[in-house]
Design a protein around this ligand. Structure first.
Ligand code: KIV
Ligand code: ZN
Length: 388
């Protein structure tokens, strides 16, 4: 049987750190529900100690999500870890993700701590986090720019304290695929008891290599968890894009030989939901979820695709949730067609009354506008949700 690749989604934590992408608690819950439908293994719901709002959002998500593990980030100190544990307490499966920087630059200039102090802090925080859950993840921040000998000591220590996932962040997107992959392999070879933990990759896209670096971490390094976000949302140039990693591993299973538990038909609804909530448009030529990702404009390509789809298509649009032969919604459309489009867009209204109210607004809009687009429906539904 093929190994499983764990998909850890951090749209609600690292994605939200993107300037201008902050979300309300209700919006976060809608996204978390969609991530659960997508069947991500882990949802990093936020950073509990960052603000009372973040704490409440994690708490609400922990109480509604049943199938995915819910995780909170925490700096390596008792207060952050206690807040994370408290916010997560209702979740059937919960993870505390604690981190501390390990690069010389960050330790000296940001933390103003010696390497020995950082090592001790890492040890104590993993030990403390284990009192609340047996699912503890540790990240050495700026890991890809850290000294490998020092990293080995820190990682050996946290595994001995019970960390079950070891995540190596390429915090500033400095990594290069071969180098980053080799670094993870070397850590896994050198750290005693490395196989007691699942190794994870977390990459940023500053040089446009987040997906390539993550996949190198998997193939060269042997990582079995990828941290990623919907649409690659995230600080600065963003994080590893979930949809690209998942479809690469699925489409090239001959190469990766890994299983992913994702329901890929939920990818496009997830992408649209995140884009609509954050207001961050998806570029048309974005892999997998861009509006043109499956469009064929040239005559030769159109002719080829009509004769045999795989002449120019390596994936099926419907497999990632694009709906073929779309029904055009307008003033003559009925409630069922409207309801079906809501489902396709990953929108779950709480009651039939809400559906009726949204449908009435849709009809009003349709009187003024010949064709109603998905964006119109999303705006209309979010108005509906705000009115509560
Ligand atoms: O990029 C980073 O270093 C992070 C850590 C907190 C995991 O997001
Ligand atoms: Zn990050």
């Amino acid at each position: 049987m093929a190994d499983k690749l764990i998909i850890f989604d951090t749209t609600l934590r690292d994605g939200e750190q993107s300037p201008g992408a902050s979300m309300t608690r209700e919006e976060k819950i809608r996204i978390a529900r969609q991530l659960e439908r997508l069947r991500v293994d882990v949802i990093e719901a936020g950073f509990a100690a960052a603000s009372p709002g973040d704490f409440e959002s994690i708490k609400s998500i922990a109480s509604v999500i049943k199938d995915s593990t819910v995780c909170s980030l925490a700096r390596a100190n008792d207060r952050d870890i206690s807040r994370a544990a408290e916010a997560l307490s209702a979740a059937p499966r919960r993870r505390i993700h604690t981190f501390i920087a390990t690069s010389k630059l960050h330790m000296e200039k940001k933390l103003r701590m010696s390497p020995e102090q950082v090592l001790e802090q890492a040890r104590l925080s993993v030990r403390f986090a284990r009192q609340f859950t047996d699912d503890v993840e540790f990240s050495p921040e700026d890991g890809s720019r850290s000294d490998v000998d020092f990293l080995c000591r820190v990682l050996e220590t946290v595994i001995a304290e019970g960390a079950t996932t070891i995540n190596i962040p390429d915090t500033v997107g400095y990594g290069i695929p071969e180098q980053y992959g080799a670094m993870i392999r070397s850590l896994r070879e050198r750290v005693p008891n490395a196989d007691k933990a699942i190794w994870s990759v977390h990459c940023h896209n500053d040089l446009g290599m987040a997906v390539a670096n993550s996949l190198a971490g998997v193939m060269i390094g042997g990582a079995r968890q990828v941290e990623c976000t919907i649409n690659g949302l995230g600080e600065r140039a963003g994080n590893t894009a979930l949809e690209e990693v998942v479809m690469a591993v699925k489409t090239r299973k001959d190469h990766f030989k890994l299983d992913v538990g994702i329901d890929t038909t939920q990818i496009v609804p997830a992408s649209k939901l995140v884009s609509q909530i954050t207001g961050f448009a998806v570029q048309p030529n974005k892999a997998v979820v861009g509006a043109n990702a499956f469009a064929h404009a040239s005559g030769i390509h159109q002719d080829g695709v009509l004769k045999a789809r795989d002449t120019y298509e390596i994936m099926r649009a419907e497999d990632v949730g694009w709906t073929a032969n779309k029904i055009v919604l307008g003033k003559l459309s009925g409630r069922n067609a409207f309801k079906q489009r809501l489902e396709e867009l990953g929108i779950e209204l709480e009651s039939e009354q809400e559906v009726n109210a949204a449908f009435a607004r849709f009809k009003e809009l349709a009187d003024r506008k010949a064709e109603i687009f998905d964006e119109d429906i999303m705006a209309l539904v979010s108005d509906e949700q705000h009115s509560h």
